[in-house]
Ligand binder design. Structure first.
Ligand code: MV4
Length: 655
């Protein structure tokens, strides 16, 4: 009997695993990096051990430190979660060698599925349909070029050691093959330390449908329905649902039985996912098998009523599977979306910052899996997923409706998120008709307003102005004193807007150029504002942090700054001299000193962001008045990096 589970992971999945483990009576051990010392998963576990500094290579990928933590705490089993060491056969072996039960499949199954080439051959032998192609052992370019003649075009070159879309190239015509092979080979060598390639016929606008399987040590294996993960962006899943709107009972049975065959063929144990591509005629092809519990497992849990972590632990204990195939019943519909700290208006760049507020929406049929809470920092060290929001409904539209509402009502203040992007995908008509393939986001959704900067109109300005003035002059705002008119300057990340605010009791009228808007601020307390807008009473969420205001209203989350009392920027010729970071990143070098004279265009500092170095330059001539950031700092977009004041020269003023 196992008693103490070490969770070799962080974030929402560590929290998720701890929840089930505790409910089943296991003691739990969390591991954490120095950056995660106060994280939720650490707080929830019975014991927690620091395994190293923030960088994943030194902590969550540090097998030795994790095994040491297990030894120190007397854990007898290890759950790897997803990502990190979850599909590392060496780690599975090391656990076993240390006398620990690895909650996952045998190392041989992990290793086999880690090779696209070998797994495809094994699946073909087991009678699982695979995409027609060529799987020669370390095939040379000339062999691949020869094989391509029989496969035909378009075709895919895939890195044997790749997966999840990494190391994959589409080739449209024979003339492009040789060059693409050369590139694929060097990329694969670079990324995976292995340059073995395979070829496959390209499936056009496929759906990505995966089957959840489970196997025990007694030769039993079942499938728990499918998940449709067709909506992806750059091979990152965005929406996952079960069942697939494209599924038929016949196709489910055929794919389910193929997936079970795949599991039995590799002596699988525990939770696994068999990924398939499905074409428009409902032909399906094995793609890869993921030998872990997946991010999107909650949708399967919600339609089967099963706890997959409990199943994993049962299998790890040597028990037989909790249900036979006939006992697996699918009920209703579940949709999951991945809520990220990222900026859809800036090509989805990851965001960092403090979560001033983080209020998951609650409601019937809503599940919110998260590893963060209000007050936590989102750092650049880890994946910026904030939560998985999952909705269940008795049918697909009920699940959609609940999910849209949950997304709209969830409050995240402190970082940009993809909240609105997600809600609009779920509300989209083509998605509603179940027509979304892997091409959906690129072809039909690419112009959606949720990927543009927040839309600040006169109504939003009126609400922001009323909340700003309410905070600054409480007495005045609520008294019956005569109306006051004050100018106000509000800034978003993109623009600075000047307005006139007329306040009389609870009535606010805001004027910006030709536009005018009137609102009633009924009350504002504890981050909730009640307003009357065009005769309709509604509640908005807000948070004041100095001269910053976060606002969730009218279907958007906005961040505004009150610049009314800041000096206007001088010097119109050249830049403002306020040199700000253009994105979140690390200051890896500072090339100048305070007091130094600089010329417009001189490089001042080097910012590293999105794995690239960006020189940040002077936007005018002058003297460096201040350099607030120092080498090594993590900086946020729009953070002041340097201030250049103009040197007093007579000719500047004469024009
Ligand atoms: C393919 C394909 C078309 N034909 N293979 C991308 C992720 C990786 N797991 C496999 N992928 C694909 N493999 C053949 N032979 C198209 C994709 C693909 C894709 C697959 C699933 C979900 C989204 C996708 C987006 C682009 C391409």
């Amino acid at each position: 009997m196992l008693k103490k589970l070490l969770i070799a992971n962080r974030g929402e999945i560590a929290v998720r695993i701890i929840r089930t483990a505790k409910s089943l009576g296991y003691r739990t051990v969390a591991v954490f990096s120095e950056a995660d010392a106060r994280a939720l998963h650490v707080e929830l576990a019975d014991e927690a051990v620091c395994i190293g500094p923030a960088q994943v290579s030194a902590s969550y990928l540090n097998a030795e430190a994790i095994l040491e933590a297990a030894k120190k705490t007397g854990a007898d089993c290890v759950h790897p979660g997803y990502g990190f060491l979850s599909e590392n056969s060496g780690f599975a072996r090391a656990c076993k060698d240390a006398g620990l039960v690895f909650v996952g499949p045998p190392e041989a199954a992990i290793e086999l599925m880690g090779s696209k080439r070998r797994s495809k051959i094994a699946m073909q032998e087991a009678g699982v349909p695979v995409v027609p192609g060529f799987e020669g052992d370390n095939a040379r370019d000339d062999e691949l070029i020869e094989a391509a003649k029989t496969i035909g075009y378009p075709l895919m070159i895939k890195a044997s050691a790749g997966g999840g879309g990494r190391g994959m190239r589409l080739v449209e015509a024979e003339a492009d093959l040789a060059d693409n092979l050369k590139r694929a080979r060097s990329e694969s060598k670079q990324a995976f330390g292995d340059d073995e390639l395979i070829l496959e016929k390209a499936v056009i606008e496929p759906r990505h449908i995966e089957i959840q399987v489970f196997a025990d040590r007694h030769g039993n294996a079942v499938y728990l329905g499918e998940r449709d993960c067709s909506i992806q962006r750059r091979h990152q899943k965005v929406v996952e649902e079960a069942p697939s709107p494209f599924m038929t009972p016949e196709l489910r049975k055929a794919m389910g039985e193929a997936a079970v065959k795949a599991a039995l063929a590799c002596q699988y144990e525990g939770a696994g996912t068999v990924e398939f591509l499905v074409d428009k005629d409902r032909n399906f092809y094995f793609l890869e098998m993921n030998t872990r519990l997946q991010v999107e497992h909650p949708v399967t849990e919600m339609i089967t009523g099963q706890d997959l972590v409990a199943w994993q632990l049962a299998v790890a204990e040597g028990e037989t599977l909790p249900l036979s195939q006939e006992e697996v019943v699918l009920n209703g519909h579940a949709i999951e979306v991945r809520l990220y700290a990222e900026d859809p208006a800036r090509n989805f760049t990851p965001q960092t910052g403090t979560l001033h507020r983080f209020n998951p929406a609650e409601g019937e049929g809503i599940r919110f899996d998260s590893g963060v809470r209000a007050g936590d920092d989102i750092t650049p060290h880890y994946d910026p997923m904030l939560a998985k929001v999952i909705a269940w409904g008795k049918n697909r539209n009920e699940a959609r409706r609940r999910l849209i509402k949950a997304l709209e009502d969830t409050v995240v203040f402190g970082t940009n998120t993809n909240q609105r992007f997600l809600a609009r995908i779920i509300a989209d008509d083509a998605f509603g008709r179940g027509e979304a393939t892997t091409a959906f986001l690129q072809s039909e959704f690419n112009n959606d307003p949720s990927m543009a900067p927040a839309d600040i109109g006169i109504r939003e300005l009126a609400l922001a102005a009323s909340l700003f003035s309410q905070g600054m002059d409480q007495q005045h705002a609520w008294s019956n004193a005569p109306a006051t008119v004050t100018p106000m300057t509000l800034a978003t990340g993109e623009q600075t807007l000047s307005v006139l605010v007329r306040t009389r009791g609870h009535e606010i009228t805001v004027t910006a150029g030709e536009d005018q808007y009137e609102l009633t601020l009924v009350s504002a307390a504890n981050g909730r504002a009640c307003i009357i807008d065009r005769g309709a009473r509604q509640v908005c969420q807000y948070h004041r942090q100095g001269d910053h205001l976060y606002l969730q209203a009218f279907g958007q989350t906005l961040a505004l700054q009150d610049l009314t009392h800041q000096p206007a920027n001088a010097n119109a010729a050249g830049g403002t001299g306020q040199i700000k970071a253009t994105m979140d990143g690390a200051l890896i070098d500072v090339l100048v000193k305070q007091g130094q004279t600089v010329k417009q265009g001189d490089t001042l500092v080097i910012l590293e962001a999105m794995k690239m170095e960006h020189p940040v330059k002077a936007d005018r001539d002058g003297t460096l008045a201040s350099l607030p950031a120092v080498k090594g700092d993590q900086v946020k977009r729009n953070q002041l990096l340097a201030e250049i004041t103009a040197d007093d020269t007579a000719e500047d003023t004469e024009q």
